[in-house]
Design a protein around this ligand. Structure first.
Ligand code: UD1
Ligand code: CA
Length: 466
């Protein structure tokens, strides 16, 4: 069966009270629209038309170009039925069925959408509606059934009679229709209702009234069908997505002693036998190897960490960490950081746009920026690469096996040759040859008996202990 998905994403989302279009709010690492599209695709539907309207350009640009993805424009936004009408010209002529999903239901899973498609393929229904039993159905369209149990209509909350409001079976906003039946019903929609909108939900009543067959599938878990209309529901959706991700990782061999305290985005991967202690946030395109210890409070964004690393209370942003590294506590790896194997970056060290070779150590209180560092380098406490002259940024090059004494300033552009030594407290402004010792500081002076001469009284008092 040739299926095209239609995702409704043109609404303003007034109840979000936001400048950002509703479907661009993130839950669990993806925008709601990305999440819905991801699940639609995972359910096996490739062709998709997203209907945009409010913030159309922003919504379009939020998704990467894709030959199976089209956009329809709904301007002005006159309701969910009007929204689907705008998609029709974008649907291929050979389309047999349309899967319709709201862009604000990020908890719907591919499994449930697949079950909807499979049931539709197995029955002769003109429309199949995903419903849910909600203990509190407030805000949702209610499913109204005839005495024989068949679906008669969907009634929106604002149009419902007191008796209809008591119905707990709700419309989730996910449907699949035979395409011709949908087209014909859409052409008969009116906006004679409490909100003056063209409701997609009226399509159900129209098909049923014309003698068509509407079937339903009940969602296995009503949580899946939560629609996000405000930020309280957004937080609920995010918490559920983080919970699912933690469960997925634990079942795949990752230890999370307190899963609710960690926020791991949907796209993240973590290798087997890695342990993630409380307070860790793994965001975006982040990939953590196996056998790692994330020893609490790590915020890692768009970064890759190799196997068997130990990270404690650190922040990584667009960094690559080789296997066996030891990072933190209180380390900050900024974009463009690439660490080799077995590197140590210790407390209060910041690394930016720098390559650090295998086994090198920056153990304490350092800033290393725009630097190419070889392997086996020891960077003394308090070392700083002075990469910025107020106008331009310059690079520092440090060869293999270099020893840099504590509290050194390396004024870039500067190169330190292989195996060289730098004396503690140096300010290095010129290149250092391989194997040399460079000391760049004022020679120590000593004035014997200075204290006695400068203040005889104070010296005498000190001697007598008064
Ligand atoms: C809708 C359903 C309701 C269902 C609920 C499930 C209708 C009339 N009601 O109500 O039966 O229980 O979803 O969550 O369909 N949108 C547009 N263009 C518009 C209007 C809306 O693209 O003109 C989009 C919105 O961006 C949103 C989706 O459609 O992604 C749903 O719209 P929303 O206003 O949230 O509908 P609900 O009141 O939640
Ligand atoms: Ca909604």
């Amino acid at each position: 069966m040739k299926i095209t998905a239609i995702i409704l994403a043109a609404g303003k989302g007034t109840r979000m009270k936001s400048r950002l279009p509703k479907v661009l709010h993130k839950a669990g690492g993806r925008t709601m629209l990305e999440q819905v599209l991801h699940e639609v695709r995972a359910a096996g539907v490739a062709d998709c038309c997203v209907v945009v309207g409010h913030g159309a350009d922003e919504v379009r640009q939020s998704l990467p170009p894709d030959e199976h993805l089209s956009f329809a424009l709904q301007e002005p936004q006159l309701g969910t039925g009007h929204c689907v009408q705008q998609a029709l010209p974008h649907i291929p002529a050979d389309c047999e069925a349309a899967l319709i999903v709201c862009g604000d239901t990020p908890l719907l899973t591919a499994q449930t959408l697949r079950a909807l498609i499979d049931k539709f393929a197995a029955t002769a229904a003109d429309g199949l509606l995903l419903t849910a039993q909600m203990a509190d159905p407030a805000g949702y369209g209610r499913v109204i059934r005839a005495t024989d149990g068949g679906v008669r209509a969907i009634v929106e909350e604002k149009d419902a009679t007191p008796a209809e409001k008591l119905v707990t079976e709700i419309n989730t906003g996910a449907y699949i229709f035979k395409f011709p039946a949908l087209q014909s019903a859409l052409s008969h929609l009116t906006n004679a209702n409490a909100q003056g909108e063209y409701y997609l939900t009226d399509v159900i009543g129209l098909i049923a009234a014309a003698g068509g067959h509407i079937d339903t599938l009940t969602a296995p878990d009503p949580v899946e069908t939560t629609g996000v209309n405000d930020r309280v529901q957004l937080a609920f959706a995010a918490a559920e997505l983080y919970r699912r991700k933690a469960v997925e990782l634990m079942l795949a061999g990752v230890t999370l002693p307190d899963p609710a305290s960690c926020y791991i985005d949907q796209q993240v991967t973590v290798g087997q036998d890695t342990i993630i202690y409380p307070g860790c946030q793994l965001r975006g395109e982040t990939h953590i190897g196996s056998g790692c210890l994330l020893d609490g409070d790590c915020i890692i964004t768009d970064s890759t960490v190799g196997d068997n690393c130990k990270l404690t209370k650190c922040v990584l942003d667009q960094a690559e960490v080789g296997p066996g590294a030891n990072i933190g506590p209180f380390a900050y790896l900024r974009p463009g950081t690439r660490l080799g194997q077995g590197v140590k970056i210790g407390d209060f060290a910041e690394i930016k746009n720098s390559v650090i070779g295998d086994g090198s150590k920056v153990p304490h209180l350092s800033y290393i920026g725009d630097t190419d560092m070889g392997s086996g380098v020891n960077v003394g406490c308090g070392t700083i690469t002075c990469n910025y002259d107020g106008v331009n940024k310059h690079r520092t090059t440090i060869g293999d096996g270099v020893f840099i004494g504590s509290n050194t300033n390396l004024v870039a552009p500067v190169a330190v040759g292989e195996g060289a030594f730098i004396g503690a407290g140096s300010t290095i402004t010129r290149d250092v040859a391989a194997g040399a010792l460079a000391v760049g500081r004022a020679k120590q002076k000593e004035i014997a008996g200075w204290a006695e001469q400068a203040s005889p009284k104070a010296a005498a008092a000190k001697k007598s202990g008064k």
